[in-house]
Design a protein around this ligand. Structure first.
Ligand SMILES: Cc1cc2nc3c(=O)[nH]c(=O)nc-3n(C[C@H](O)[C@H](O)[C@H](O)COP(=O)(O)O)c2cc1C
Length: 200
């Protein structure tokens, strides 16, 4: 198993792996778990890491404006991310502060335009996520069920689509290595990353 080396190499490896997750579907960091605080209780869910901007330490995912996580982030923008790579046995816990990008913003427009119709379809459900339904098909209008969806079919989803960007300020990296466990913390302070080894 690859041992990551110095703090600097670990930090570079973190960002390289996050970038790889955006570019390729079958990568370990593609599906992180994000946690919000919902009326005082932690709530987690899986998302797709859609984009990252290394220059301003930003991670992005897409979501529905009607979802619980959007309501939670409006009340408390602190967003926790958890990634795990089973191959290298690396766990990465990231703390960030989130912003929600509404229809009309440049980021919203760019992300919507780079999303395939099959994914845009998710934002066309007629009821907010989590609404009780008798039949799971009742919230899918007929035209969204056909396999050959077009971007015209899904345009109504744009109003429900939101981009969540999150500025990272703390990264907690842990590797379970055959020779021992190694853990490092990186904090964004005074405009730079400050890394330290800690006891695992
Ligand atoms: C593999 C996988 C990827 C997912 N990706 C997303 C995503 O990118 N955005 C999203 O809002 N929900 C995504 N979901 C669904 C969420 O996990 C969650 O069930 C849904 O968003 C409702 O969450 P909430 O009610 O806590 O807001 C994904 C689920 C799975 C299993």
């Amino acid at each position: 198993m690859k041992w990551m080396g110095s703090l600097e190499e670990i930090k570079e490896d973190i960002w390289r792996n996050l970038l790889a997750a955006v570019d390729k579907k079958n990568t370990a960091f593609r599906h992180p778990v994000v946690a919000t605080i919902s009326d005082g209780i932690p709530v987690q869910r899986t998302v797709v890491l859609r984009n990252i901007f290394i220059s301003n330490r930003t991670l992005l995912f897409h979501t529905d404006r009607r979802s619980l996580k959007v309501r939670d982030l409006e009340a408390n923008p602190h967003l926790s991310w958890l990634f795990y790579d089973d191959r290298s046995r690396v766990q990465l816990h990231i703390r960030s502060v989130a912003q929600i990008h509404d229809a009309g913003s440049e980021l919203h427009e760019n992300e919507w335009n780079s999303t395939e119709a099959a994914e845009q379809r998710m934002y066309c459900v007629t009821e907010p996520p989590g609404t009780p339904v008798e039949d799971p098909m009742e919230v899918w209008p007929e035209k969204f069920r056909k396999p050959s969806l077009t971007l015209d079919d899904t345009s109504m989803g744009k109003a429900n689509f939101r981009v969540v960007s999150a500025e990272v300020d703390h990264m907690d990296w842990l590797q379970l290595h055959p020779e021992g466990e190694y853990r490092a913390i990186f904090e964004w302070k005074d405009d730079r990353w400050q890394g330290n080894w800690v006891c695992p």
